[in-house]
Design a protein around this ligand. Structure first.
Ligand SMILES: [Cu+2]
Length: 157
């Protein structure tokens, strides 16, 4: 009895692997963004992405990694205010609905980068990991504080 059950599982896992790999090749996501230069003496900085899901399925971003530096933490945060005080809260995952363009912004959803000094002009190599097993590698520019503000206003203008 056990052998047939096991072989069915192997086939099922094989099919799943094939499907997720095929899906990864055509991840329908347009990403833009920037990171802010780390202020002098600050232990962390933030990055903001715009994620446009051009596909027909919900995408769940579950992790962001800094490529080549696994000891550096990149956290998904959201900002909540209660009693006039805003606090950052970690997000387990970030949902991007089909057709939705999710815009991270100061005071909202953002990426928090710990343990790395970001300098204006650098490129930050990130890997976005999704719950369906696919991932996307991107690079975002590091901008200085004045430029980041201009960029922010530009997106909303
Ligand atoms: Cu944060």
């Amino acid at each position: 009895m056990k052998k047939p059950v096991l072989s069915v599982w192997i086939i099922a896992v094989g099919v799943l692997l094939f499907v997720s790999r095929a899906y990864a090749i055509a991840l329908p996501l347009q990403v833009e963004g920037y990171a802010r230069e780390t202020p002098p003496g600050a232990p962390m900085s933030a990055a903001y992405l715009s994620l446009h899901n051009t596909g027909e399925h919900l995408l769940l971003l579950k992790a962001v990694e800094l490529r080549g530096k696994q000891d550096i933490g990149v956290d998904l945060h959201t900002t909540e205010s209660s009693d006039g005080i805003s606090r950052m809260r970690p997000l387990e995952q970030l949902a991007i609905a089909a057709g939705q363009k999710l815009q991270m912004a100061p005071g909202g959803v953002h990426l928090m980068i710990h343990g790395l000094q970001l300098r204006e002009g650098e490129l930050l190599p990130l890997r976005l990991v999704f719950t369906n097993g696919s991932s996307l590698e991107i690079e975002v520019p590091v901008v200085g504080p004045n430029k980041a503000d201009k960029e922010h206003h530009h997106h909303h203008g």
